[in-house]
Design a protein. Sequence first.
Length: 236
Amino acid sequence: MNRILVIDDDIELCELLNDYLNGEGFTIETVNNGKQGAEKALATEYDLVILDVMLPEMNGFDVLRKIRESSKVPVIMLTARGDDIDRIVGLELGADDYLPKPFNPRELVARIRAIQRRVEVAEPTSSSDPSFAELNVGDIVLCKTNRMVKRAGDNIELTSVEFNLLEVLLTRAGEVISRDDLVEKVLGRRLSAYDRSIDVHVSALRKKLGHYDGNTERIRTIRSVGYLYSLPESQS
């Protein structure tokens, strides 16, 4: 994960990131407006995109929508500090993570490394054991080898983070998993104060999976602790 596209109209920040990330072993390309950024992100194969929300010609959310139409490249959104709405919208549209401006470049590198570790762990396995390759809970089938999810036989399109989140929940279906554990396993970093990113990802996953028959919630919130993927009656 060494080739990174930075889409930001702050030229000084782009120059700073170029110098700093090059020093960390990354290859950086920068674009200073949204429309060109979306085109470049889809025309060239990058390992990660760093995307600002406020951009000329096409804002960051529209760029992300365009990217997600045909690409699952990891995206880190740059948002205004304290603007929770931007963070929530970005995550709901398929961003993998976010950083509020201004930020320490070391923190950005830590987020990139966390995504890198997550992608490496998610590489398809060559195991021929079907029980290892698939997770089955109720009407949900998660295939690890091709990273596909089906509900009652129908494909469900998930982002990379949503897939990893569902895999952790299904692996421990019927158990309560703390938010701290989910952040470490799914996002590859430690939970920090006021970080609600995992909650937004859970909310998005809930919407895509829907309820069990009878309007039973699949992913239950365990107040002050974390989340639990409910087992269907036939497996409970």
